[in-house]
Design a protein around this ligand. Structure first.
Ligand code: FES
Length: 159
């Protein structure tokens, strides 16, 4: 994981990170994983850096983890050798939070996410497939992923 030294102009952004507890302390986050979130000038989270060391499930195709970036509740899914998908994990049917291997299940063969609250299904782009109520698509975010390095970035401004 890369860390950068804050320039003086970054101090207000760093203060915002501390205030909201976003990605500021790898030591504090050691039990739950560690990520670095980039906060834009308007206070929104702009990006989330991740790596397979922090999230070992992403080292294997079919792996899925929960990751938070500010108020954004994400699922990161290793959908292929070269791709990681990032979806909002709050189901659009009745707002169940799709915790991996509890309420959210990823089928690597069908490339399909199931919300186990009422069995709505979505594809890797967040598109609604089946389930009650004809629910809306899950927000999805562009991801750049370097499979050789095992690192990636989610662009949270690109939903
Ligand atoms: S809340 Fe997800 S299917 Fe109902």
């Amino acid at each position: 994981m890369s860390r950068r030294i804050p320039a003086p102009a970054d101090q207000s952004r760093r203060s915002f990170l501390r205030a909201f507890g976003v990605g500021t302390s790898c030591a504090a986050a050691a039990l739950a994983g560690c990520e670095v979130a980039e906060i834009r000038q308007d206070g929104a989270v702009g990006s989330l850096d991740f790596d397979v060391t922090t999230y070992p499930a992403l080292a294997t195709v079919g792996g899925m983890v929960a990751a938070d970036a500010g108020l954004s509740k994400l699922l990161l899914i290793r959908v292929s050798d070269t791709e990681v998908a990032a979806l909002n994990r709050v189901c659009t049917h009745a707002a169940c939070e799709m915790i991996p291997d509890a309420i959210g299940k990823w089928d690597a063969t069908a490339k399909q996410l199931t919300c186990l609250c009422h069995n709505s299904t979505f594809d890797a782009t967040g598109k609604y497939l089946t389930g009650p109520g004809g629910v809306a698509d899950l927000p999805s975010y562009p991801v750049t992923f370097d499979a050789a390095a095992g690192t990636g970035t989610v662009d949270l401004g690109g939903a």
